[in-house]
Structure formats: structure tokens, C-alpha cells
Design a protein around this ligand. Structure first.
Ligand code: MN
Length: 200
């Protein structure tokens, strides 16, 4: 199959002032489009052409850098747009609330752990909240790697934060911690609760 750029379910300026429209436009229409095009180039003529993205990621040959970077980039950004959707109800389910309390002690402890994972990722990468055996875990990965890849931190990601400079530089320059705080203002916990129910 060939992949197409996932539609953004909201306008580029919908996350202002936390994430600016120019950043969103470049990030979605240029960066994500690039990963999508390069993923298609990386699978053409191979057995990966018949797989969906989850199969590609779980079967991945980690030495195939073109496929690793672009399958990761395709999947990671798709999740990233979804978890910031401002157009659906933003209410955390009781199940997710309970799981956060059980796994981290409190929402604030979870937020600290996630923010630390995002802030301390050296260079480019992602911070994740994953479901693993009904428990929640925070981890981070470099570049466009993700928890679903072989030797990744494991589990099913239900929240991901892009900490590549292209995700925040226009608005925040070197102030990654400010961008991480702003992300918490645009997370849609309703979307994440649905992903939690589906993966646990
Ligand atoms: Mn990105």
C-alpha cells in the first residue's frame, strides 16, 4: 500500500498561542509530508509494501535507516496531531485517571516524569506515555524511533511529544521547557482516554 499524509482535523491556527500557526503549517505540510513521501520510497518494491504501519514498525530491520526514520516519522506525527485535537471533548476518563494515579502516584507526578523525559532527551526525539500490561510508563526515544520498534521502550504509545527543534523553534527558540509546558495546555485527554481504553 502507499501512505498518504494524515489529514489534520483542525486548522493550523487552532492551537494558538501555545503552538503557532506557522510552525503547525510547516510541520504538517512539509515535515510530515516528507516522512510520508520517503516512507513510500522506502517500501516500494519490498515486502513492506503489503504491510500496514504497525506491521512495518513491529517487523522493522533497525539497520534499514530510511525505513526506520520515515516509518517512525509517519507514525509519530500522526499520533501527535491526534492528541492535540481541540475539536473533540477534552475530558479524561475515570479509567485513565485511575491508571495514572496507580502508575505514577498522581497526575502531577506523571506530568513531572513526562516533562523530564521530554526535556532531557538530548538532541532530537520524542517523549511517550505508553500502556504496558495495563500499567502506564513514560519513556523517550531518539530521532524518529518509537516504543513500537524492536528494542524500543515497549508498550503502546497513547501520548507522544515531538521535541525536535522544528516542532518549537519559531515560537520558543531554545526554550524547550516552555514548549513542554505549552503542550500540556493543548493535550486532549478525551482522545488519549480512548486510546487507553483501546490498548488496555
Ligand atoms: Mn516533527
Amino acid at each position: 500500500m502507499s501512505f498518504t499524509l494524515p489529514r489534520l482535523e483542525y486548522s493550523y491556527d487552532a492551537l494558538e498561542p501555545h503552538i503557532d500557526a506557522r510552525t503547525m503549517e510547516i510541520h504538517h505540510s512539509k515535515h510530515h509530508q516528507g516522512y510520508t513521501n520517503n516512507l513510500n520510497s522506502a517500501i516500494v518494491g519490498s515486502e513492506n509494501e503489503s504491510k500496514d504501519i504497525l506491521e512495518i514498525l513491529s517487523d522493522l530491520d533497525m539497520t534499514n535507516m530510511a525505513l526506520r526514520n520515515n516509518a517512525g516519522g509517519y507514525y509519530n506525527h500522526k499520533l501527535f496531531w491526534e492528541v492535540m485535537n481541540p475539536n473533540t471533548e477534552n475530558v479524561m476518563s475515570e479509567g485513565l485517571k485511575l491508571a495514572i494515579d496507580e502508575s505514577f502516584g498522581s497526575f502531577e507526578s506523571f506530568r513531572d516524569a513526562f516533562s523530564k523525559a521530554a526535556a532531557t532527551r538530548f538532541g532530537s526525539g520524542w517523549a511517550w506515555l505508553c500502556v504496558k500490561n495495563r500499567q502506564l510508563e513514560v519513556c523517550s526515544t531518539p530521532n524518529q524511533d518509537n516504543p513500537l520498534m524492536p528494542n524500543g521502550c515497549g508498550g503502546t504509545p497513547i501520548l507522544g511529544l515531538d521535541v525536535w527543534e522544528h516542532a518549537y523553534y519559531l515560537n520558543y527558540q531554545n526554550r524547550r521547557p516552555d514548549y513542554i509546558n505549552a503542550f500540556f495546555d493543548v493535550i486532549n485527554w478525551g482522545v488519549i482516554s480512548e486510546k487507553f481504553e483501546q490498548s488496555s
